[in-house]
Design a binder for this molecule. Structure first.
Ligand code: ACO
Length: 326
């Protein structure tokens, strides 16, 4: 089908999520290491997280979330033209885990690749899918965020291992030529590699020949996260010529409740408009936004026509926002 002669918008047509079976509470962690339920919850808002078992991988969780999103969209698997998997924890160094998901879904056409922007990956992937749709190159894109951060955590480092969890979320974006106000309204992306040493993994194929462990300067990340997330919100509002009150739902990357509270305060955002799932999922990196979106849709919070702002910040640093009329 030649769809190049029309103007297209990317409409959210489906959403899905998948979590590992095993729930690990703060109490569980306090029995394994020198930490406490209170310390973790007070500093982060996290109460529990899911941890992938041996058979659960980034691609298996991503496949489950993707199938739910496709079913939710009413499309067939074979209707998907593009799969972008946002992840920093692929099954293998290559091929792209997106191709593993493509194969698990029985899709034999289109193209698939991984997007590596760590915790900002989902927003970066939405931007790429949106551009492919707007260019008239594809009709239906599957955008997935899936992570198994438990595999790159140093379980002897209590300052980092208590913060993360595993999971996957997925969204189907479909081209629409209808005269509608729905769809992706704006994307703004940024990165600044000067801060790479504040949050990184100390291994990789080209340096150490192994996967490595996550390392973080918590205070440094906190400070930059509040600054960058706040500026990303203001950038989206100014670009779209709207007021902060016009946003119905704010769906941030779920890193830490104190970061979200500080950002809300800084930009004057009402707390009851912020979708929060960090208490149940901890920080699932690129999966956190689609997991939060799925949760909010399931709970009948986000509805058709709502104005929804996604925003994220992660290693690199990388950060950005996407504004969607749902
Ligand atoms: N349990 C108990 N005590 C702990 C733990 C733990 N799990 N971890 C660290 N501590 C101790 C430290 O050893 C330290 O003890 P000391 O004072 O005797 O030396 C004390 O707690 C305070 O440590 P700090 O690192 O100063 O704690 P802080 O108040 O900065 O909180 C935290 C740490 C929660 C990591 C905070 O810095 C933070 O939230 N940073 C943001 C990091 C983040 O969210 N990263 C996610 C990835 S980036 C992103 O997604 C945006």
């Amino acid at each position: 089908m030649n769809i190049k002669n029309k103007t297209y918008k990317s409409i959210v047509s489906g959403i899905g999520a998948s979590l590992p079976q095993e729930v690990v509470t703060n109490k569980d962690l306090s029995m394994r290491m020198d930490t406490s339920e209170e310390w973790i919850e007070e500093r982060t808002g996290i109460k529990e997280r899911r941890i992938a078992s041996k058979g659960e991988t980034t691609s298996s969780l991503g496949t489950d979330a993707a199938q739910i999103a496709i079913d939710n969209s009413g499309l067939k698997n074979s209707d998907i033209d593009l799969i972008i998997l946002a992840t920093a924890t692929p099954d293998n160094t290559f091929p792209a885990s997106a191709t593993l998901i493509q194969s698990s879904l029985g899709i034999e056409r289109g193209y698939a690749y991984d997007m590596q922007a760590v915790c900002s990956g989902f927003v970066f992937a939405v931007e790429a899918a949106d551009n492919a749709i707007k260019a008239g190159n594809i009709k239906n894109a599957l955008v997935i965020g899936s992570e198994t951060f438990s595999r790159i955590l140093d379980w002897d480092d209590r300052a980092t291992c208590v913060l993360f969890g595993d999971g996957a979320g997925a969204m189907v974006l479909s081209a629409s030529s209808e005269d509608t106000n729905r769809g992706v309204l704006s994307n703004h992306l940024h990165s600044d590699g000067r801060y790479k040493d504040l949050l990184y993994v100390d291994g990789g194929p080209s340096t150490t020949n192994n996967v490595g462990y996550l390392r973080m300067d918590g205070k440094g990340v906190f400070k930059h996260a509040v600054q960058n997330l706040s500026s990303a919100i203001i950038e989206a509002i100014e670009y779209n010529n709207i007021a902060i009150e016009d946003i119905d739902w704010f769906v941030p990357h779920q890193a830490n409740i104190r970061i979200l509270e500080a950002v809300s305060k800084k930009v004057g955002l009402s707390r009851d408009k912020v979708i929060i799932t960090v208490d149940k999922h901890a920080n699932t990196s690129a999966a956190s936004i689609p997991l939060a979106l799925y949760d909010a849709v399931q709970k009948d919070k986000i509805k058709k026509g709502d104005l929804v702002l996604l925003e994220a910040m992660g290693g690199g640093f990388s950060w950005g926002s996407t504004l969607i009329r749902w």
